[in-house]
Design a binder for this molecule. Sequence first.
Ligand SMILES: [Zn+2]
Length: 355
Amino acid sequence: MRSWGKIVAAVLAAVVLCAPSEGQTLKSKKKAELLIPRVHRESVPSLEKSGKAIDTIDTANPSIKIVLYADNTWKYWRAPEDILQTKAFSEYWDTTVPNPYQVSLSDLPAKINIWVVDTLSNYRCPNKTKVYSKFGIRHRRRHQGVDLPLHTGDPVYAAFSGKVRLSRYMRGYGNVIIIRHENGLETFYAHLSKRIVDSDDWVNAGDIIGLGGSSGRSSGPHLHFETRYRGYAFDPQWLIDFETGTLRHRLFVLQKKHLDAGSKYVPESEDEEEDIYEGDTRDYAVADSVAAVKKAEEERAAAEAAKAVWHTVKSGDSLYGLARKNHTSVKAICALNPGLTEKSTLRIGRKIRIK
Ligand SMILES: [Zn+2]
């Protein structure tokens, strides 16, 4: 019988061979990065006006189309009806309060992988400018977002596609819009002079959702922008470089420590975060391969067991007789029964495998 331990060892060897070996220099790691596309680390430029759509092309998936633009660019387009089926848009849905979750921090995993933008989605910087006031503790109060200066009446864009969960006037926020996204993130846009979208509206990344202003508790025209997960705010600068307007990475690894009030974006820590992520990915890959091999082997063993023919030895049975009766050979029967040889005496009541 084949041992699946051997197969697992082979898989492990293959994974280890792909992993960087010890004593490797930084330079060779950089070279390796050129060979392996690291899509999750790609930054995404802010979607500026891509002009008029001139045509759409169907794909094999009826809810996904390719949209062609006048400037020869193209983008995937996914039907909102399809995206809205996601649980994210039904659970904890409340159009009146900023935080409907009531989720305890201890119920959140230590680390959450969030695909911010994939090949089917877009990103637009809500307001491209230098950050005027950062996330964190400010005048002994928790500042849950970043303040981005603008002129009253300037357009404010939806950073990502999603469904408007809340659009109303609130004392602190003034005119505020909260959009929930498919990946579970929520983005807040506050102090607007005008709200253009209503709760339950679908918005695409880059749609103008309101106009900048100074409504609510605000000292001058600016956009107060927040990013939250399950009601907990984290520094939006982890996601967006507001000065260049660029989304830092397609994949954001949200860690529980990011949800602390004082946890500001630290640029130097990014490589460290990346190393942790890469290590984890490798561990998961190994675990997945091992599990897949084990499952395949178990299925094969189960299929084989289902085909097996067993016989309970009765008085007068001989190996030769059983082999002849079942159109097999004594040698084949012995191979199926560990310890059984041509010379063995058959004990009455013993179960032996014939096929
Ligand atoms: Zn603010």
